[in-house]
Design a protein around this ligand. Structure first.
Ligand code: ASP
Ligand code: MG
Length: 431
């Protein structure tokens, strides 16, 4: 019978110093002693990828992507070799493999390549010989044999893909927090660590800015039903399990409240209400590869209307420029930008089976006199655009409204928690 195989991925802070690398090696060796095969995937040491990128940018404003890939891949090589050396130093047989040595083949899209195939033969052989295999994450090679990387945060995707390719029993993602939280603990002091989250919820959370996992890794895990565990490398807490939604399990209505202050709203006003206008606006944005988030078209008055959309603040300048170019053609009366906005979202698989969730969200916001500018929904998410200065306040209000705090859950574990106790209103931090 073949032994159990666990893939353990260690993020940048977990291998950020020699001391941390020693600690990580001890944890790996401990897992190995439990009679499990262990494959490790490492990120670059904390800050290393940014440091390398910075060096390239000091030399050139638009460095060649192929060269960036070779440059960045070195960060993960360093940490994989150091972790392996640390394992060997405590008597645990281990060997490091780069993306190439691992046989991780990708497409040709330098700096955000997609994995095409993994030839795990070499890794398998080492595992059979009782070695821990330490793989440099975030990298592969394309058909030409050139080094590619998988996009920022790509080691998560390496780890899940390797777990799938080698038919591992689970994939553990080690980081510097205890797991996935109901909200940002810096904004909501009583945010709670979640024990279980479904793949779908995690994908929504990741796309709303939860940095704990690269969204592609969750997509990958979902497609192959690979259980993921996010946990801390600083303690032995069990972390958060990300898995298939369990229909027998009673779902909380809302699992998380997220906010994003890096959004901008652009309004194209006074456009004729006729076929083809939206196609022109969003076609021009798509041609520039800008992805739009929310869209709203007002009711038309006298055959003219306003179209507003939001997108990442970083893309707003370019989008506004494009809109100013198409505006005359569309006979629009103006283009305006508002960066004083934030997107606030609630996510929860329980929304599928509960009605009135949106109303509760809007009620919560209205109690605090927070105006809603835009609304969008998916099956398990509702997002509202509000004024930026209320982002933190809104997050706390909704966290409380849906009973997500530690206290509320203890006193009411039902699917529709009631408000635990009235809390004094807090002022929004900053404005
Ligand atoms: N080192 C890469 C990054 O910082 C990949 C990773 O850490 O997952 O984006
Ligand atoms: Mg990461």
């Amino acid at each position: 019978m073949s032994r159990r195989l666990i893939v353990q991925k260690y993020g940048g802070t977990s291998v950020g110093t020699i001391e941390r690398i020693r600690k990580v090696a001890e944890r790996i060796a401990r897992t190995k002693r439990e009679g499990v095969d262990v494959m490790v995937v490492v990120s670059a040491m904390a800050g290393e990828t940014d440091k390398l990128l910075n060096m390239a940018r000091q030399i050139s404003e638009s460095p060649n992507r192929r060269e960036i890939d070779l440059l960045l891949s070195s960060g993960e090589r360093i940490s994989s070799a150091l972790v392996t050396i640390a394992l060997n130093a405590i008597g645990c047989p281990a060997v490091s493999l780069t993306g190439r040595q691992m046989g991780l083949l990708t497409d040709n899209t330098h700096t955000r390549a997609r994995i095409k195939q993994i030839d795990g033969a070499r890794a398998r052989k080492f595992l059979q010989e009782n070695h821990v295999v330490v793989v440099a994450g975030f990298q592969g090679i394309n058909e030409r044999g050139d080094v590619t990387t998988l996009g920022r945060g790509g080691s998560d995707t390496s780890a899940v893909a390797l777990a799938v390719a080698l038919n591992a029993d689970s994939c553990e993602i080690y980081t510097d927090v205890d797991g996935v939280y109901t909200s940002d603990p810096n904004v909501v002091p009583d945010a709670r660590k979640l024990d279980v989250v479904s793949y779908e919820e995690m994908m929504e959370m990741a796309s709303l800015g939860a940095k704990v996992l690269q969204i592609r890794s969750v997509e990958f895990a979902k497609n192959f039903n690979m259980p993921l565990v996010v946990r801390s490398s600083y303690n032995d807490e069990p972390g958060t399990l990300i898995c298939k939604e369990d229909s027998k399990m009673e779902q909380p209505v809302v699992s998380g409240v997220m906010y994003d202050k890096k959004q901008t709203k652009i309004t194209v006003s006074g456009v004729p209400d006729q076929p083809g206008v939206a196609a022109r606006i969003f076609g021009a944005l798509a041609a520039a590869e800008l992805s739009v988030d929310m869209i709203i078209q007002n009711v038309s008055a006298e055959n003219h209307t306003d179209i507003s959309f939001t997108l990442a603040a970083a893309d707003a300048g370019e989008a506004a420029e494009i809109m100013r170019k198409v505006a005359p053609d569309l006979r629009a009366t103006g283009v305006s930008c508002n960066s004083e906005i934030a997107k606030i979202s609630i996510v929860g698989a329980g929304m599928r089976s509960h009605s009135g969730v949106a109303a509760r969200m809007f009620n919560g916001l209205s109690r605090e006199n927070i105006n809603i500018m835009m609304i969008s929904t998916s099956e398990i998410r509702i997002s509202c655009v509000i004024e930026k200065k209320y982002a933190e306040l809104a997050t706390r209000v909704l966290h409380e409204e849906f009973g997500l705090s530690r206290e509320a859950v203890r006193s009411d574990a039902k699917s529709r928690p009631v408000k635990s106790k009235p809390q004094p209103r807090r002022k929004a931090a900053g404005s």
